[in-house]
Design a protein around this ligand. Structure first.
Ligand SMILES: [Ca+2]
Length: 140
């Protein structure tokens, strides 16, 4: 139904819609903190955005994805953020943190280095030859 017909119905039935999502009802309308308010004819709805949980009419709470088991790669650090999370490789490691991080120190063969990286046997560190780039040392 288009807005024109909705307006005609409002006049016909003498309905008056209150916009519960208007800023005059608070920063989140009639919804709780952090919620998404959607005004509907004669009513409204509240929903928590992606990455949040809780009662949308009271308060939406950040989901700590890092407390829900191992969601990052092997040896990677999980960092919770509002509405999301990120995976990071700790210092002296490299790789794709969503897959796994490997130490860049003490390698003895190429297979111990990520992607196309090679082990510098003298320095015993992983070296990423061009044109490979990134922490996972892959061709872009
Ligand atoms: Ca989060």
């Amino acid at each position: 139904m288009n807005q024109f017909l909705i307006n005609k119905l409002i006049i016909f039935f003498n309905l008056s819609d209150i916009d519960e999502c208007s800023p005059s009802h608070g920063p989140h309308g009639g919804c709780g903190q952090g919620a998404i308010c959607t005004n509907t004819l004669g009513s409204y709805s509240c929903a928590c955005p992606l990455g949040y949980t809780g009662n949308a009419f009271k308060q939406c709470i950040n989901i700590n994805e890092c407390s829900q088991g191992h969601i990052c790669g092997t040896n990677a650090l999980c960092v919770d953020t509002p509405g999301s999370y990120s995976c990071q490789c700790p210092a002296d490691t490299t790789g794709d943190p969503t897959v796994g991080c490997v130490s860049t120190i003490g390698c003895t063969q190429d297979s111990e280095c990520p992607g196309n990286a090679v082990c510098d046997l003298k320095a015993r560190t992983c070296h990423c030859p061009e044109p490979n780039t990134g922490r996972d040392c892959r061709r872009k």
